[in-house]
Write a protein that binds this ligand. Structure first.
Ligand code: KIV
Ligand code: ZN
Length: 522
């Protein structure tokens, strides 16, 4: 199918979530899926259901919410995987089964130990089985860009004969370059007979920094679906970045002559949501959603901008959902102004969430004079985490002195309102506070990663801390915010401890899915 519309297939929750440090809880995945549907992506690849029971449950929960986009799940070419995907996605009124098998010589010989014909047979059987369960079936020849062209054309023909409705061409290891990928797509267009009956798709990894360029080359050569992730998260150097591909198509519409259905004003809020959940913040100079993407520092640029924005600006910040005024509210701002600002930033909060966020905003406004958009976003991102006990942080006091161990006194309150207090020491205030948290809750964690991100500008900006800790052989990630970074870190650690405790009392996929569970690998 070669029309003017490029479908956006978002795989943040599958290929993105697969990246180290990017795993999400069920609740976080649901928030991302809701945001993706507000962004108006065409397809959400919600996960790989056969990878683990937690993955199955989260794909199913997303499908059952029926947010609007097609909900897709990934399967290897075997009946058990395909049945699992079907069982997980069938709750969505529009759903897709995505089957894949590697086709390149390297994968055939070293990974699969299968001959060319066996691979075609396996793909054929899997696609036919998937088609019996679902009208919408996608097939991917993994490592397609390193597969012999003639053989790739044979595989794609066989997939179409078997009933695939979308055929995706992955550059699995980020190896190709735009001109070469253009030739590959043109070759397939020429040599695969019924190729115009299906949607041709592209899936690029970013190992050489060309995922977006390669995806756009494929689109120029006839692909009409781009597989991509928010902020380009994904294995190794990541996947094609959704916001970059979409804004390139839009900004250079006169060149591409193509459109997507994306509501671009949702790009920035969605990017913030994903970075705040995963703790993977895009670099400041990242195109479209980086903090500097619309900042003009050089005097000559500023002068030009004042004369006419188009001198140095090819996109308007508001087109990607960045608000024009950054300085927002202060301690005299009321609920109405706060609610309006939240709306302008692109968030939809219910009454309960608005109240919680407003309380947090008031507390923050007492601590710092100017509350910026970034601070408000950080508050909103954490509204969800705030309500999850059993323990709540009541107070934290730390003492540090050069060349001496630090100490921290932590007071926690449990669900019954009972307070517990411990003073502990450590090499630094974070270590001391974590030690006190462990002693009160009885949960031991080993800190593996502590990442601090400033939500806005100035010394009193809200600090967003993401911690990764290990507990009984599993990794857990937690987030916390505060103007005090030790407190933000303690909140992040307590969020994890609470999750571990909840899991012990009522095991659920919610709490399991961020843990580094035994996952089937691709
Ligand atoms: O990169 C890849 O090849 C994949 C496939 C499973 C589509 O993610
Ligand atoms: Zn991939």
């Amino acid at each position: 199918m070669t029309d003017d519309r490029v479908r956006i297939f978002d795989t943040t929750l599958r290929d993105g979530e697969q990246a180290p440090g990017c795993s999400m809880t069920l609740r976080e995945k649901l928030r991302v899926a809701r945001a993706l549907s507000e962004l108006n992506v065409d397809i959400i690849e919600a996960g790989f259901p056969a990878a683990s029971p937690g993955d199955f449950e989260s794909v199913k929960a997303i499908a059952d919410e029926n947010f609007g986009p097609v909900i897709c799940g990934l399967a290897r070419c075997n009946p058990a995987d395909i049945e699992k995907v079907h069982a997980a996605v069938k709750g969505a009124s529009r759903h897709r089964i995505h089957v894949f098998v590697a086709t390149s010589q390297i994968h055939r010989e070293h990974k699969l130990k299968m001959a060319k014909e066996e691979i075609i047979k396996s793909a054929d059987g899997a696609i036919r089985m998937a088609r019996e369960l679902c009208d919408d079936v996608e097939f991917s020849p993994e490592d397609a860009s390193r597969t012999e062209l003639g053989y790739l054309a044979e595989v794609v023909s066989a997939a179409i004969e078997a009933g695939a409705t979308t055929v995706n061409i992955p550059d699995t290891v980020g190896y190709t370059v735009p001109a070469e990928f253009d030739e590959l797509f043109r070759y397939l267009k020429k040599h695969v007979e019924r190729i115009d009956e299906i949607t041709l798709s592209v899936h690029c990894h970013n190992d050489l920094g060309m995922a977006v360029a390669n995806s756009l080359a494929a689109v120029r050569a006839g692909a009409r679906q781009i597989e991509c992730t928010i902020n380009g998260i994904g294995e190794r150097a990541g996947n094609c970045s959704l916001e970059e591909a979409v804004m390139a198509l839009r900004t250079r519409a006169e060149f591409f002559g193509l459109e997507t259905g994306i509501d671009t004003t949702r790009l920035y809020p969605t990017s913030r949501l994903v970075s705040s959940i995963t703790g993977m913040h895009p670099p400041r100079n990242k195109a479209i959603v980086g903090e500097n993407a619309f900042a003009h520092e050089a005097g000559i640029h500023q002068h030009g901008m004042l004369q006419h924005a188009s001198t140095y600006e090819i996109m308007r910040p508001e087109d990607v959902g960045l608000s024009k005024s950054n300085l927002v509210l202060g301690k005299h701002s009321g609920r109405h102004a706060f609610r309006q600002r939240v709306k302008d930033l692109g968030f939809e909060l219910d009454e309960f969430e608005t109240n919680r966020a407003f309380q947090d905003f008031k507390k923050l406004a007492d601590q710092k004079k100017d509350v910026y958009d970034g601070d408000i976003e950080a508050i909103i991102m954490n509204v969800d985490n705030a309500s999850t006990g059993p323990w709540t942080l009541r107070s934290l006091e730390t003492h540090t002195r050069t060349d001496e161990p630090a100490s921290a006194t932590v007071v926690l309150v449990n669900e019954d309102g009972v307070e517990s207090s411990v003073t502990a020491s450590g090499d630094g205030p974070v270590a001391a506070a974590f030690q006190a948290l462990e002693e009160i809750t009885g949960i031991n964690v080993v800190l593996k990663h502590f990442e601090l991100h400033s939500a806005s500008v100035g010394e009193d900006a809200l600090g967003e801390v993401t911690v990764t800790v290990e507990h009984e052989g599993r990794d857990y990630r937690g987030n916390g915010t505060s103007v005090n970074i030790i407190k933000a870190g303690s909140r992040a650690c307590l969020e994890v401890i609470n999750r571990i405790l909840r899991r012990q009392t009522r095991p659920s996929p919610d709490t399991d899915s961020t843990a580094n569970m035994e996952r089937a690998t691709i």
